[in-house]
Design a protein around this ligand. Structure first.
Ligand code: NCD
Ligand code: ZN
Length: 346
């Protein structure tokens, strides 16, 4: 196959950052996504509809004139998010969900939740107003090995949470394990998961054998190969509970290549080509459209996109680095190539 035309994709999980970085991030994702669910882990975080409204404006100001792109903002759940905050969010056109970061789990999560039990009224308000909960699913217990943090989160927190709020729509973000795939496959209605390109393409050997590759370090961390295989099977299965969420999360080169480097991979420059490689390798290119363009919209109860995008099978090189504010970001596949590129869009 030399080209493939699909319904126009979206990205249901991305980090756009703020300030000068928006120039890069917003315009890269807008080359292939009509909509993107934007993470709220700025510092300070996006906690209210007022915060979301001004962030939405800054994003739109950074977008090149005439380009069609809609950011859907998420609010950052904290120990003090109130029922009123939820009612306001549910009434807003700009906010599409609320993100749970267990405090300390990942980049800019210090303001995250320390005691989910005390947030019952807030979660009940989300359930009642049908506002989705997006979850970074890792325990932060220092006793727990970093490779086991997702599995234990599902056991200790997610399974009981999904029972306690049976109508709450939940997206387990950027899943990385066979355990997460099994949980989502067997879960009640209203539970879905996003999967990143890096977790479909790489495993921990790629990150650690022959030298440490800091630009493959993200959270939840890449796992062993059999987990990657389970994720590839889920993504290409055609099950609508699994859909695109790149988790593109840029950090400057110097904050990754240092003795305590940041977590996050940048993929917004080539996300669809990277996913297309996976689907091609799995002989499932006919299922790419569901994953990138249909299932996420359906889960978020938003209309499917009208236009299309054509992918061309053509080896395309990726630069060593991309300008990013007053620094640079090293993107996935830097200095190498991807096998597809984005062609005509309508
Ligand atoms: C994200 C970031 O840099 O904001 N990092 C990451 O490794 N994925 C935060 C997150 O989604 O965990
Ligand atoms: Zn993320």
């Amino acid at each position: 196959m030399t080209s493939l035309t699909i319904v126009h994709p979206d990205d249901w999980h991305i980090h756009l950052r703020d300030g000068a970085a928006l120039n890069r991030t917003v315009n890269d994702v807008a080359t292939w996504a009509r909509r993107a669910v934007v993470m709220p882990n700025l510092s300070p975080p996006v906690k209210t509809v007022a915060d979301a409204t001004s962030y939405h404006k800054r994003i739109m100001n950074a977008l090149t004139d005439g380009v069609q792109f809609e950011p859907l903002i998420t609010l950052y759940l904290t120990d003090s998010t109130s029922e009123q905050d939820i009612l306001d969010a549910a009434a807003s056109d700009i906010v599409c969900g609320v993100k749970l970061y267990p405090a300390g789990a990942t980049t800019n999560s210090a303001a995250g939740v320390t005691a989910l039990d005390s947030l019952k009224p807030t979660l009940a308000a989300m359930e009642a107003s049908d506002l989705p909960l997006l979850i970074h699913g890792e325990v932060t217990d220092p006793e727990v090995d970093v490779f086991d943090r997702e599995r234990l989160f599902i056991e200790r927190t997610l399974a009981p949470l999904s029972e306690a709020f049976p109508q709450l729509r939940i997206i387990l973000e950027h899943i990385t394990t066979a355990d997460a795939v099994d949980f989502v496959n067997g879960a009640r209605e209203g539970i879905a998961a996003t999967i990143t390109p890096q977790h479909l393409l790489y495993d921990r050997n790629d990150m650690l054998v022959g030298g440490i590759r800091p630009h493959l370090f993200c959270l939840p961390i890449l796992k062993r190969r059999d987990h990657k295989e389970a994720l590839r099977k889920a993504a290409t299965s055609g099950n609508p509970r699994f859909f695109i969420g790149t988790d593109s999360a840029p950090h400057t080169r110097e904050t990754k290549e240092t003795d305590c480097g940041c977590a996050g991979c940048y993929s917004a420059h080539a996300a669809i080509p990277l996913y297309a490689e996976v689907f091609e390798e799995e002989n499932a290119l006919d299922r790419l459209e569901g994953f990138t363009s249909l299932f996420g919209a359906d889960f978020y109860q938003r209309p499917r996109n009208q236009g299309t995008m054509t992918l061309i099978r053509e080896e395309t090189s990726v630069p060593n680095e991309l300008t990013f504010g007053d620094s640079v970001v090293v993107p996935l596949r830097a200095g190498a190539s991807v096998r597809w590129r984005v062609g005509a869009r309508s």
